[in-house]
Design a protein around this ligand. Structure first.
Ligand SMILES: [Fe+2]
Ligand SMILES: [Fe+2]
Length: 269
């Protein structure tokens, strides 16, 4: 992780170009947290109607939704602090005026019509959210770093791990084939979530210290983590793990194949 010799503790200390770059990140993150909260039932438009198999799944969902609401409120506050209006953004996204903030995984996958679909999706994408947050925990803007520390614990160590256990339960109770098909379908979209390698935006995030790791560094950590967690569920890791829905990520090969220690940050097994 990159480190920096400057830090901002208050929003009014941020240079204008830093604010604009931070808003790019916040606006995408707000659409994820806001969209997740909407689609899983936290608002009146909630569409989470698939049958949850047991009370423990309803408990998990209730507790997760409370976390997602906290994440969204935290982002709203961060946005307002830098003079941006997250409510207007979410409105514009919902009515279709803005189309480029929602990530493919959320718009192109059917991830919420069955329990198994939801759990496979959450296992993959919430882990990605957690890894992305590790990259911003050392941010030069302290309130943003703090939000990410909380988000890493929730997404990276809790939501995604509980979903991993739920996927394992489903695999062990006779849904292996269906679960493997969903894993194969959704993995490439989750792989895309970190963004392309070496983009202008990535360079700006790193220069300002909004993030501390490149998209490739984040993607490699996630792939290593998924390789371990997918094995725990009893499913197979993709035979070509570098193929995303949008393109290939062969630059991750060295990181995935090199002989690091395991990514056991989750006490998963
Ligand atoms: Fe969240
Ligand atoms: Fe989550």
């Amino acid at each position: 992780m990159r480190t920096f010799d400057f830090v901002y503790t208050q929003p009014d200390q941020l240079p204008d170009d830093y604010r604009e770059q931070l808003w790019k990140f916040l606006s995408i993150q707000t659409c994820i947290e806001g969209g997740m909260a909407d689609a899983t039932g936290i608002t009146a438009e909630g569409i989470n109607t698939y049958p949850m198999p047991a009370a423990k799944h309803r408990h998990f969902m209730a507790f997760k939704m409370a976390d997602e609401a906290d994440h969204a409120y935290g982002l709203f506050q961060l946005s307002k602090d830098i003079g941006k209006d997250p409510h207007q953004l979410l409105h514009q996204v919902r009515v279709g005026e803005i189309k480029d903030r929602a990530l493919d995984a959320f718009t192109q996958l059917d991830w919420n019509s069955s329990h198994l679909r939801f759990e496979v999706f959450a296992m993959l994408t919430e882990a990605a959210g957690g890894i992305a947050s590790t990259s911003a925990m050392g941010s030069t803007y302290v309130p943003w770093a703090m939000w990410n520390a909380r988000n890493f614990i929730d997404e990276g160590l809790t939501h995604s791990v509980l979903s991993m256990h739920n996927v394992r339960d489903l695999v062990e109770s006779g849904h292996r084939e269906e679960a493997q098909a969903l894993m194969d379908e959704m993995y490439p979209f989750a792989l895309d979530l970190f963004g392309a390698a070496n983009t202008k935006n990535e360079a700006a995030y790193l220069e300002f210290g909004i993030k501390t790791m490149t998209n490739t560094e984040c993607r490699v950590i996630w792939m290593r983590q998924m390789r371990e967690r997918i094995a725990i569920t009893g499913l197979n890791f993709p035979s070509d793990p570098y193929q995303g829905a949008r393109g290939r990520y062969d630059e991750c090969r060295e990181g995935l194949e090199s002989n690091w220690g395991a990514v056991r940050s989750d006490h998963a097994a």
